[in-house]
Design a binder for this molecule. Structure first.
Ligand code: GLA
Length: 370
């Protein structure tokens, strides 16, 4: 009997490069998904076929080391590790993977794949995991594949609710769905430069994380939450004990945490201008302080703002990938047309179905399975 697991991608509305410092973030799941249909095997092998990436075989007991960087089979191995931490795995699966979620775009296609395989393997071994069980194992599983990311992506692809943004708080994990006001809309626009997590981006990403943590340590705080409560919070980044890189990363993390709060207040009060301003200010901080943008993303964000979007910013890890563009629903199609005319018309690789997505706030895997 075939069983299906569906896991959406996510776009982060605001709260970038702060989840790994345990600060709240505000992503939403989107309607683009990874779907895995599988049958349980009687032995301990996994045979997986992807329409885009070909076929892989993994043995539950023996294939524990990652293969070539970037190989999609690594996500299957990461899922074996993650699922193996929840239950003893005696049975493998025959799986078929399809997806309409662009890869390496900052939309969590890798987390969606890892999550789908983990859920399928557990199901094949008689376990229906809870959100908490999955959240305990998935972020570490991701580190097996590449970046030392936080837990935002897994929280979003699992726990999001239809029509809502998902406020994700960490330590302890807490998810709260916040309805997105009627008439607010989002475009996910690809910069047409890719951000391969397994490549050079991985080192850059990990370096930003390390610089923020080192700044925190030098300043003597146990957490960013504690630093944010300090009466000197505005001046901490200027401390002479920090290197320039540490100071910039620290300033981004502190200011982004405040922008998340502003964005939540704006979302809850229906203040579209305030919400958009927080997004645009986030991009400036990611570009100038954290330095994770790139010329293509900066140009795309500028083009969106020129088209009178209410806000725009890079989304996800950066260094390429997508921007999120926020507007009133009645302006979205016009903004999309202007982006095509002013940005995409110069790029022969542009494919509207993959690169310019009308993103709708969608349900996560748990709600989809219910
Ligand atoms: C990647 C990581 C996330 C998060 C973002 C940046 O998507 O997987 O955990 O750190 O980058 O906000």
């Amino acid at each position: 009997m075939k069983t299906k697991v569906t896991v959406p991608g996510r776009v982060n509305l605001i709260g970038e490069h702060i989840d790994y410092h345990q600060l709240p973030v505000l992503p939403m799941a989107i309607q683009r998904r990874v779907s895995l249909s599988f049958e349980t095997r009687t032995d301990r092998r996994i045979r997986a076929v992807s329409e885009h990436y070909g076929e892989r075989e993994v043995c539950l007991a023996c294939d524990t080391a990652p293969g070539l960087p970037g190989d999609w089979g690594n996500y299957i191995k990461a899922a074996v590790q993650a699922a193996g931490r929840c239950a003893s795995l005696e049975r493998g699966i025959d799986a078929n993977v399809t997806s309409d979620l662009p890869a390496a775009a900052g939309l969590s296609s890798s987390s969606a794949l890892l999550t789908a395989f983990t859920i399928a393997l557990l199901a094949a071994n008689g376990v229906q995991p809870t959100l908490k069980q999955l959240m305990d194992v998935l972020p570490d599983g991701e580190q097996f594949v590449g970046t030392r990311g936080g837990a935002m992506d897994h929280a979003a692809v699992l726990g999001a609710q239809n029509g809502c943004a998902l406020l994700v708080r960490f330590a302890p994990l807490d998810l709260a769905a916040i309805p997105i006001p009627a008439g607010w809309s989002f475009l996910v626009a690809h910069s047409l430069t890719t951000a391969e997590k397994s490549g050079a981006v991985r080192a850059q990403y990990n370096a930003r994380r390390a610089a923020g943590s080192e700044a925190l340590r030098k300043l003597g705080f146990a957490s960013f939450q504690a630093a944010l409560c300090s009466p000197d919070c505005d001046r901490l980044a200027q401390s002479t004990s920090l290197t320039e890189e540490e100071s910039r990363c620290f300033r981004h993390v502190m200011s982004e945490a405040l922008r998340v709060q502003e964005a939540i207040t704006a979302l809850q009060s229906g203040d579209a201008v305030g919400f958009g301003n927080a997004l645009t200010a986030s991009h400036a901080s990611l570009r100038d302080d954290l330095r994770v943008s790139c010329p293509a993303l900066d140009e795309l964000v500028q083009a969106a703002l020129k088209a009178r979007a209410l806000g725009a910013r890079l989304t996800g890890a950066g260094f390429g990938g997508c921007a999120i563009v926020f507007s009133k629903a009645e302006d979205r199609a016009r903004i999309a047309e202007e982006l095509v005319a002013k940005y995409y018309s110069r790029h022969s690789a542009f494919d509207p179905a993959h690169h310019l997505i009308y993103a709708e706030p969608s349900a996560g895997a748990i709600a989809l399975a219910a």
